[in-house]
Design a protein around this ligand. Structure first.
Ligand code: FAD
Length: 455
């Protein structure tokens, strides 16, 4: 029997879609409101860590199939993947040293079997979209606010075109510039807006046939992170090893203004035109491997300002029956490759909570439930989420910034001591990947029961 309530999901990115798929699997009626006229993923590659893959399995095994259908293993033999992350010194180079100091290997980190496989974002999104019926998707609907009309009423969503919709609960999966976050915290609250991390990322997909002659087969087909002062370079193969996904992080001292002083809620763009000439200048004194990789990039590229919620973590992810998930709640810099993955954990947490609400309804009435009781159950569920999820997701935001410092030899505890850097990288990566998911689910249930007895 379908649940006796309906959920609005604002935003159809990775987190909105996996949340929708998870709720759908549990028989919960949903509607996705997406501002764009079509689903689209910006950026090039994305990879998922072990925690994300396990949550996907629990949400709906079809999501894992979707990822695997577009994922590319590392290594020359795709059936026997090379599951290591490799950290190199991309900076130091002594041309007079016959033992070749260029791009020295500093450390290896085992990521588990097929532990961190690259996916082309657009290809993944296509697969996820196919798992959601068209009838539950409203494209071209830009959320601008909601109204809580009291404990015995449904919530009202408002869209930019003047239309409205009703739902019993709202999940804001509307990304880093989230309008749902602004609606919960207030447009004049500085915590409603992300902050510039003083890093910009240049992203490109380079045809593998151009890469192999320059980097060699091994480097081209395996994930590498080239470290150095004030910048670092990450690459891994995608699309069956036909393309190399390259992300180059560079320090930018000047600010990147985002909030329009006159119209606080109107946010400026987080991208700008970038060029290879800018990168040639940044990497002028680096080793030949990194410089030759930069040489493969197109003359013109998009430059992405890296914003996150580091300086002002949200005081809450919840307001009544409205909740935030994914980047809307905890936009992180990408240095752990974990932002989307922790958003998938949110999706599982919410799916579990809705499942428990359905059980409560069954125990209560077995028939029709009145709106105020339903609203109280949903609020208890979201309050439980707000107790359990923020410590982990806000840790990711903080640790991601610190991971960047480690890669760039600037973290005070490790500087350029790579034995120490590797210990720190492993400790943090394992905390992200080997998360106690069952523990989280039990904690959510316990907290929900506590909230109900309190309420
Ligand atoms: C360079 C880089 C590399 C990364 N690599 C990885 C990686 O390898 N692994 C990983 O786990 N994470 C990675 N991340 C992080 C990851 O990309 C994000 O955490 C993830 O995409 C967030 O998904 P989301 O669904 O929460 O938000 P988004 O993907 O931003 O989706 C939000 C959706 O909401 C819609 N929307 C916005 N406003 C409204 C509105 N008002 N009304 C209706 N719809 C709206 C948008 O159109 C969009 O479709 C990386 C990030 C960057 C910048």
């Amino acid at each position: 029997m379908p649940a006796q309530f309906n959920v609005a999901i604002v935003g159809g990115g990775i987190v909105g879609l996996v949340t929708a798929i998870g709720l759908q699997k549990r028989g919960i009626p949903i509607k996705i409101y997406e501002q764009s006229s079509m689903f689209r993923e910006l950026g090039a590659g994305v990879a998922f860590t072990a925690n994300a893959m396990k949550c996907m399995e629990l949400l709906d095994p079809g999501i894992v199939d979707a990822v695997n259908a577009v994922a590319t293993p590392n290594g020359e033999d795709m059936n026997n993947p090379n599951d290591y992350m490799r950290y190199h010194d991309g900076y130091h180079y002594d041309p007079t040293d016959p033992s070749n100091t260029d791009d020295k290997l500093l450390g290896l980190l085992f990521s588990g079997y097929k532990g961190f496989q690259g996916c082309h974002r657009a290809h993944l999104l296509d697969k996820l979209v196919k798992m959601v019926p068209e009838s539950v998707v409203d494209l071209g609907h830009r959320f601008v606010g909601f109204e809580d009309r009291g404990p015995d009423k449904k919530l009202l969503l408002r869209f930019q075109d003047g239309t409205t919709a009703e739902a019993d609960a709202i999940i804001g999966c509307d990304g880093i510039k989230s309008k749902v976050r602004q609606a919960i915290l207030g447009v004049s609250n500085p915590a409603s807006y992300p902050q510039f991390s003083h890093k910009v990322a240049y992203r490109a997909l380079v045809p593998m046939n151009l890469v192999i002659p320059v980097l060699g087969t091994f480097k081209a087909l395996n994930m590498h992170l080239h470290t150095g002062p004030r910048a670092h370079v990450l690459h891994f193969p995608v699309v069956n090893q036909t393309l190399l996904n390259v992300v180059i992080f560079v320090t930018q001292e000047e600010d990147w203004p985002l909030v329009d002083e006159e119209h606080a809620s109107v946010l400026r763009s987080m991208t700008a035109d970038g060029s290879r000439a800018e990168l040639d200048a940044v990497f002028e004194s680096w080793g030949p491997t990194v410089r030759s990789l930069v040489g493969l990039l197109p003359d013109k590229m998009v430059k992405w300002a890296i914003f996150d919620l580091h300086d002002r973590p949200l005081p809450t992810y919840v307001c009544g029956r409205v909740v935030l998930a994914g980047d809307a709640a905890h936009a992180s810099s990408p240095h752990h490759g974990g932002g989307a993955g922790v958003g998938v954990e949110d999706a599982l947490a919410l799916s579990k909570l809705f499942e428990i609400v359905c059980e409560s309804i069954k125990l209560d009435h077995d028939q029709d439930i009145n709106q105020s009781r339903l609203n109280a159950l949903l609020e208890a569920a979201f309050n439980a989420y707000d107790k359990v999820r923020p410590p982990r997701s806000q840790w990711l935001v903080k640790s991601s910034r610190e991971a960047c410092e480690i890669y760039e030899w600037a973290y005070p505890d490790t500087k350029d001591d790579w034995a120490k850097c590797m210990v720190e990288i492993e400790r943090r990566s394992h905390k992200l990947w080997y998360f106690d998911i069952e523990g989280m689910l039990s904690e959510l249930e316990m907290e929900y029961r506590k909230q109900l007895t309190r309420g």
